[in-house]
Design a protein. Structure first.
Length: 385
């Protein structure tokens, strides 16, 4: 048994960030905070991450940490399903759907803070025809987009939107028969998605109300609309308002069976796959243990949550850049980082205005002013009376 050991699985080619020194950083941080030693394995190809994680399960490790993109994260998670081994995520990819849903920061040091807290909760995972997924499974338009996106040489939000626009021009709705909650119905749909988590990745919220702890899948059916109404659907996808869109129909179920006329494309957590005519989708309640932030809110606020996430990404980027700059330039990055962090706090407190409370918005502004003054002129020395 290795209950005092962690396994770090690193994908050296995921994302754009460099991995030099990552294993040493993780080992130092977690041995100091958790008192555990960290073993390291480097992936060399597809399937390695899952194999390494499976070996850790068999050897009784306390936890396995995936440092990589969505592919690496999903491989490790698949091996840890239905086990007592805790799952940690250091998100280094382009989409980072699972990390973003669980509010794990897209930053090495901050994500290590989450693991160091040792706040482990039991989460749901799902399967389609016995194949595990953790965020979303879908067919129709989003599967066609995933297939096109996978063929792009570049990654990121811009390329995903580009792929979606190119696919929209030629895509035609398909007919599906859906059986769930003791009922069965047949509809033509633009796409059908079964969601265990709230988003695809890149803060594209397909199911804003989805939870990974309720034992239920959020089934999203989107109908075809005019070019304008469908374009608005895309806007709603990134603002958290998609569940208000008139083209969308949704319900919750523990198990769902979907029938279609012929086998074809689908996607499992964004990875394009080919599947049969019958899709058997099931939720497995609290069968995956994950390190999550103790401050996690598990609630999406339209507009506010997406903006907060963007500001967080910018703050992390500015912080990382500032560490590489010389001392003359660094104060300006420090001020920018303070502005973004205080702006996040202000955005989170906007709902307080409805209650007539202004102070929660004034405090971040004061804190920012104080940070500017301290950064440029140093701490204020108070005169002794």
């Amino acid at each position: 048994m290795n209950k005092q050991r962690l396994l770090l699985v690193i994908n050296p080619i995921s994302g754009t960030s460099k991995k030099e020194g990552l294993s040493e950083l993780v080992s130092q941080r977690l041995s100091a905070s958790l008192g555990m030693s960290v073993d390291v394995r480097i992936t060399g190809g597809k399937g390695d991450a899952q194999r390494f994680a499976q070996e850790a399960v068999e050897q009784g490790y306390y936890g396995v940490i995936a440092a990589g993109g969505d592919g690496t994260v999903n491989e490790v998670a698949r091996a840890l399903c239905d086990s007592d081994v805790a799952f940690g995520v250091i998100p280094l990819g382009s989409g980072n759907g699972l990390a973003r849903h669980l509010e794990i920061p897209v930053d090495v040091n901050l994500s290590l803070d989450v693991i160091a807290e040792n706040n482990v909760i039991a989460c749901d995972y799902a399967t389609v025809n016995d194949q595990p997924f953790f965020c979303t499974f879908g067919m129709g338009f989003d599967a066609a987009v995933s297939d096109r996106f996978a063929k792009q040489k570049k990654r990121g939000k811009f390329m995903y939107v580009k792929s979606a626009i190119e696919e929209f021009v030629k895509y035609r709705p398909q007919e599906y028969t859906i059986r769930a909650n003791g009922k069965e119905f047949t509809q033509k749909a633009f796409l059908v998605a079964c969601c265990n988590a709230s988003q695809y990745g890149n803060n594209a919220y397909i199911a804003p109300g989805a939870s990974m702890a309720d034992g239920l899948l959020d089934v999203i059916i989107i109908h075809a609309g005019s070019p304008i109404s469908t374009a608005m659907l895309g806007v709603d996808l990134f603002t958290g308002y998609i569940n208000k869109n008139t083209l969308l129909q949704s319900f919750q179920a523990r198990d769902v069976v979907i029938y279609r006329a012929e086998e074809g494309s689908a996607h499992v957590d964004g990875d394009p796959v080919s599947m049969g005519k019958v899709l058997d989708v099931r939720c497995h309640h609290k069968k995956l243990k994950i390190f999550v932030p103790s401050t996690r809110k598990d609630q999406i606020k339209p507009i506010i949550t997406p903006i907060d996430s963007i500001l967080s990404d910018l703050s992390i980027a500015v912080s990382n850049i500032s560490q590489k700059k010389n001392k003359r330039v660094r104060p300006f990055y420090t001020i920018a980082e303070s502005f973004l962090n205080n702006a996040r706090e202000g955005i989170d407190n906007v709902p307080m205005l409805r209650k007539g409370k202004v102070k929660p918005l004034i405090t971040p502004a004061r804190n920012f002013a104080k940070d500017v003054r301290t950064t440029l002129f140093g701490p204020i020395k108070r005169k002794k009376k």
